[in-house]
Design a protein around this ligand. Structure first.
Ligand code: SF4
Length: 365
């Protein structure tokens, strides 16, 4: 049985420290439930510095829940482009629609109701509940797990849901009971994990307001914790990506509505390694008359569980192939096949995910 009793002593020094140490972040200036929600979703798997610009642009495009609920999918994807994990954007829109329908456009001040919204799990519900509404609901992410496991000398595997649940229950016991302090406590724990009790290397224990309470620090075990079982190796998918250029237009196609990068635009590709000879056969079978084929540098993109290893070709063609529904891109076209767009149209209108950034750069250069 682990001893979490040390947690009882952390609110006072942590809250005092936070008053002087908190960073000025855009989402902290006006922490409405909507703002906290958007920022917390963006901050999952993305660095604070990278999120700042996206957050401002997102709120400029969708200032209210109602605007988000009515968002055009392509505009939403374009605003999200570069943040990755696009299912987060899709869930934001779905949840906004549910908030409009079920709660009159206001996020509910209730942990269970928040958990019932698409894309809102225990962490996000805890963060919105405590930061925006002052509820005593912990928000346990990687930063908080690191701080708590070190403070308590807790050796459990932080990848396990049982560990997250245990830490969350232990924190719930000691949450401050005033709304303002609950809000600040959640942010203070996150801030300590992000700026002082950092991952990868030595934490800055000399600057830590909880060093006198910390089991890992007392035992010199700061870098041993938290414990995390090694991840399974990612699946490698080899792909061949085609930059098909006809005059000043490039071919794009929409990805399927389900699965990885669902509904986004991509350069045509095949899930196999193709030689130049294979490529020529592919072009011919699709009715393209190739003028010139250039081999591009290989590229790699790493998703959470998959790696794409890509081979690329730039093909200048005389024509746009033989498929009858090839369409010239004048606006968003929900075609199941290719659209043809200039580089300016690709830059301004089409959300091509960063998995293709090595090839997108070539098109936009
Ligand atoms: S003393 Fe060091 S290891 Fe312990 S919580 Fe503070 S920064 Fe983290």
């Amino acid at each position: 049985m682990n001893d979490f009793s040390v947690l009882c002593d952390i609110p006072t020094p942590l809250l005092y420290w936070y008053q002087g140490a908190k960073r000025d972040l855009p989402w902290r200036r006006e922490p409405t439930p909507y703002h906290v929600w958007i920022s917390e979703i963006m901050l999952q798997q993305t660095r604070v510095e990278a999120v700042k610009g996206y957050y401002e642009r997102f709120l400029a495009a969708f200032p209210t829940v109602s605007d988000l609920a009515a968002a055009d999918d392509d505009v939403l994807n374009k605003v999200w482009q570069g943040l990755g994990y696009y299912s987060r954007a899709r869930n934001l829109k779905k949840a906004a629609a549910a908030v409009m329908e079920q709660y009159g456009g206001e996020l509910p001040c209730d942990h269970k109701a928040l958990l019932g919204l698409p894309g809102i799990g225990a962490y996000t519900a805890g963060a919105i509940g405590s930061i925006a509404f002052g509820l005593p609901t912990p928000a346990v992410d990687g930063n908080v797990l690191r701080v708590v496991t070190r403070l308590c000398g807790y050796d459990a595997d932080i990848a396990k849901q049982t560990t997250k649940d245990t830490v969350s229950s232990a924190l719930a016991e000691i949450y401050p009971r005033t709304p303002a302090e609950s809000s600040a406590f959640t942010q203070a724990l996150m801030e300590l994990g992000a700026t002082v009790c950092v991952p990868n290397g030595m934490p800055h224990c000399a600057e830590c307001p909880l060093a006198h309470l910390c089991a890992a620090h007392a035992a010199g075990r700061e870098t041993e914790l938290p414990k995390k079982a090694p991840k399974k190796p990612r699946t490698v998918v080899c792909k061949t990506v085609f930059l098909l250029r006809c005059g000043e237009y490039y071919a794009l196609r929409r990805r399927p509505d389900e699965g990885l990068l669902a509904g986004l635009w991509e350069f045509p590709s095949e899930d196999t390694v193709m030689t130049r000879v294979d490529m020529e056969a592919w072009l011919s079978s699709h009715g393209f008359a190739a003028k010139k084929i250039m081999t591009l540098s290989p590229a790699k993109h790493i998703f959470t569980h998959i790696e794409w290893h890509m081979t690329g070709y730039l093909c200048e063609t005389e024509n746009r192939g033989k498929t009858p529904d090839f369409v010239r891109a004048t606006n968003f076209v929900r075609a199941t096949n290719f659209v043809w767009a200039t580089k300016e149209e690709i830059a301004e209108t089409y959300s091509v995910p960063s998995a293709f950034s090595a090839y997108l750069k070539i098109v936009l250069s």
